[in-house]
Design a protein around this ligand. Structure first.
Ligand SMILES: [Zn+2]
Length: 337
């Protein structure tokens, strides 16, 4: 079957902002004039035009954690529109069934498997890392992927031990004074858990949003040890003690800055040469990513073996490079949309 006829039969399109339209009934991570919209996780490139979907009273399908986090991240809270869907459970939309599968990315992230009445299956990976180690490998006929690190040069040789590197660095810096850590939504909660599992015992101090997100994540089983709201009495006492890790969103300036003893640690997914490097007298950049690197993307597609791979180019600049690589090395039919 030709690529065009496979796409036509399954009725799959990608709209101008990366929304994936399936069977003219459901749109994933974008807006379209349908009754249902799937949100795979709360990152802004996956919640594009959400306010429009809400205004039109569309049902929002997401994992329970993602739906609760939307109220904090996007300031949106209308449970009457929520359709909470747990992993491995299905929800019917018109003629198709939507099933969520696990992914390691930020808390709440789901991959989406769509099952048609004629047993055609379409899968969307959304963002992921740790293929086969927390991220289920979907094996649909048509697989849709965002090739965020789609170029062969996007490889982090140290990915397997970066969590230990980060925890050791934080502990070392804590021996000199407080540490301020900057990361994007969701990554903060992942990192808090990683640090606890790897022996960081200093109390965490959180900005208001990060505190709210953490409280919700705890309801869903995440464990962070001792943490405090930055403006609470206990939080202020911990800050005065000088032994703590303050975690906040990447783009916000540290409200606690101005102390020479403070070390600043920023997490970035766009570092490939070293696990971390010093970028100032007391500032560091750590190559901690929520995404598989190029090798992880190839590994996923190789294990999935779809009849057709659709590379969603709206969220990646290297879609064409990745599609060509998969077509020639893995002998899998690909199309960039
Ligand atoms: Zn993401």
């Amino acid at each position: 079957m030709s690529t065009e006829s496979i796409l036509q039969k399954a009725s799959i399109k990608v709209n101008d902002h990366g929304g994936i339209l399936v069977n003219d009934a459901v749109v994933i991570d974008g807006h379209e004039d349908f009754h249902e919209r799937v949100v795979t996780h709360v990152h802004s490139d996956h919640t594009t035009r959400l306010s429009e979907s809400i205004r039109r009273r569309q049902k929002i399908i997401g994992t329970p954690l993602t739906l609760e986090w939307l109220s904090v991240v996007a300031g949106f809270n209308d449970p009457s529109l929520f359709v909470p869907l747990n992993y491995d459970q299905s929800y019917r939309v018109g003629d198709v069934k939507v099933v969520f599968k696990r992914a390691v990315h930020i808390p709440g992230t789901a991959q989406v498997l769509v099952e048609y009445e004629d047993s055609t299956t379409v899968g969307y990976t959304s963002d992921f890392k740790k293929v086969g180690r927390g991220t289920d490998v979907l094996q649909p006929e048509i697989l849709i992927i965002d090739a965020v690190y789609g170029h062969p040069s996007y490889v982090r040789e140290f990915d397997d031990f970066i969590e230990t590197v980060l925890a050791d660095l934080i502990n070392e810096l804590l021996s000199k004074g407080p540490v301020h850590l900057y990361a994007y939504y969701g990554k903060v909660q992942e990192v808090m858990q990683v640090l606890r599992e790897r022996g960081v015992i200093a109390p965490f101090v959180l900005s208001h949003k990060q505190y709210s997100l953490s409280k919700i994540a705890e309801k869903y089983g995440m464990r962070f040890g001792e943490y405090f709201h930055v403006n609470s009495r206990e939080g202020m006492e911990v800050v005065r003690s000088g032994w703590y890790v303050y975690l906040t969103h990447s783009t916000s300036y540290s409200r606690l800055a101005g102390n020479d003893r403070v070390s600043h640690v920023t997490l970035s997914g766009w570092e490939f040469t070293k696990p971390y490097r010093k970028i100032g007298s007391n500032s560091y950049l750590v190559a901690f990513s929520d995404h598989s690197d190029f090798r992880g993307l190839v590994e996923y597609v190789g294990l999935s073996k779809p009849k057709l791979l659709i590379v969603n180019n709206a969220r990646s600049s290297q879609g064409k490079v990745f599609a060509d690589y998969v077509a020639s090395k893995l002998n899998i039919k690909t199309v960039v949309l």
